[in-house]
Design a protein around this ligand. Structure first.
Ligand code: LLP
Length: 450
């Protein structure tokens, strides 16, 4: 792939019209970061920090853009709830017509609580328990994505005991390299996910013998934060012969090619310069249009319904984590800017060396300096930026950690007995706290001293 001489980033050389749509609606007005029409400094004054903020219009725009790119296919977008499972986010996507990809009874509960239709829910995961399978069957989900042969037998037995037929797809592992972080790569045979392509036909033959299963589809998912269209095309092409034969032998109706479309983390805001979106240096490594252009020609001839399970793409760039500088500490080797958000609030840097752009809520005009931005937790892994150029910050300055809408709040914990953060949804000029900050009482809820 060709790269920009200036930035070294990949550029589009295939003669396709580049797509310059902004990937989110966070930008500076009068030197202050806004989300849509909301001044984030004013918001932070009221909610306190740390706090997560999501842009409704960005989420909606992402859904519509992907949906439009996939228009040549008979398709259903099943949003991967794990990326951000706040009820308000689920409700917003439900209104757009999304189905949901769930991985637990808890996610099914959330989808139903948000008014989502179980008949548009696919259920993934390698360790579905009997209780979860029962709940999903009773709710009438669209299908189970089955990850192993013993799971197939278990689903069959439970469906039989309930007098139901369980709709299933088998997750097939195509053994392709998704070229992403090893912890979020799932489509290689060394990963725990799915059933190998070489054994898939045999497993379907066994499934066809089980009386309480309805063979409804085929599924695959190769990983997350994938920044090139090629691995998706490769996985789809590898599975097409199998899908054709399953369609012809068992009348399967759908092929799900999972999620995984990556987003821009670095940089996500570029100091709010609108010209940046138009420049050849914009790191548009994958767009919904690139993705669709790579896979539609492979999938359309199947004549089946195609399911998608995007998570990060829908919500990642649509959220930020607001935080306040507590102290600035310098030693001979480094400057540490210590903020009030920690790895328990956003674990991506610690777990995957994930990059989140750090920007001040109020532009300072100061020249960036090299520093570490770290949290309060008692671990050296508790950092958001290491040796990074950030505008110098002082005590009580506020920052935003960009692109924190996916796998942010949902991966948070109470480590160090820190209450879970509030989540705020912005809609135009309005904002709503869609999850309250936990209280100290919440921290000990359910505990007792015998
Ligand atoms: N479908 C299946 C079966 C999945 O396992 C996943 C994500 C998705 C869909 C959605 O993938 P997405 O479109 O969001 O890439 N916590 C990690 C990401 C873990 C992804 C797990 N599976 C991170 O923060 O990067």
């Amino acid at each position: 792939m060709a790269r920009s001489r200036k930035s070294g980033r990949p550029i589009d050389t295939k003669g396709r019209q580049p797509h310059f749509l902004p990937v989110h609606l966070f930008s500076y007005h009068d030197g202050v970061l806004h989300c849509e029409g909301v001044n984030l400094e004013e918001l932070a004054d009221q909610t306190g920090t740390p706090a997560y903020v999501y842009s409704a219009e960005t989420i909606r725009g992402n859904f519509r853009r992907l949906d439009a790119a996939l228009k040549p296919l008979d398709h259903l977008i099943c949003y991967a709830v794990k990326a951000n499972s706040n009820l308000a986010v689920l409700d917003l996507l439900r209104r757009e017509g999304a189905g949901f990809d769930i991985v637990s009874e808890g996610e099914l509960f959330r989808v139903q609580r948000a008014g989502g239709d179980p008949a548009k829910c696919t259920f993934a995961g390698v360790a579905k328990t009997a209780d979860e399978i029962t709940a999903a069957l009773r709710a009438g989900i669209h299908s189970f994505n089955v990850e192993s042969e013993p799971e197939l037998e278990r689903i069959n037995d439970i469906a039989g005991s309930l007098g139901l037929k369980a709709p299933i797809a088998v997750r097939v592992n195509p053994d392709v390299d998704a070229k992403t972080h090893k912890y979020i790569s799932t489509g290689k045979s060394l990963n725990k996910f799915g059933i190998g392509l070489d054994r898939a036909a045999e497993v379907y033959a066994r499934a066809a013998e089980l009386p309480h299963l309805h063979l409804r589809g085929v599924q695959t998912h190769i990983g997350s934060q994938i920044l090139e269209p090629e691995p998706f095309a490769e996985a789809a092409a590898k599975l097409v012969p199998l899908v054709e034969s399953l369609r012809d032998s068992y009348g399967i109706e759908f092929f799900s090619i999972g999620g995984g479309v990556g987003i821009v983390y670095d940089p996500a805001l570029a100091s709010g310069d609108p010209a940046w979106w138009q420049s050849a240096d914009h790191p548009r490594r994958i767009t919904p249009e690139d993705y669709a252009a790579a896979i539609v020609p492979i999938l359309q001839p199947l004549g089946l319904r195609i399911l998608f399970e995007p998570g990060r793409f829908m919500v990642g760039n649509a959220g930020v984590l607001l935080s306040t500088v507590q102290y600035v500490k310098t030693n001979p080797a480094k400057t540490f800017t210590i903020v009030d958000a920690g790895m328990n609030d956003l674990i991506r840097p610690a777990l995957y060396e994930g990059y989140h752009e750090v920007v001040p809520l109020r532009q300072t005009g100061r020249e960036p300096a090299v520093m570490d931005v770290v949290g309060p937790v008692c671990e050296s892994g508790d950092f958001f930026a290491q040796d990074r150029e950030v505008p110098p910050l002082a005590e009580n300055d506020r920052i935003a950690l960009m692109s924190a809408g996916a796998y942010g709040f949902v991966m948070a914990s109470n480590y160090n007995s820190r209450p879970l953060l509030p989540e705020v949804l912005v809609e135009g000029e309005k904002w709503t706290v869609v999850r309250q900050r936990q209280t100290l009482e919440d921290l000990v809820q359910g505990e007792s001293i015998p």
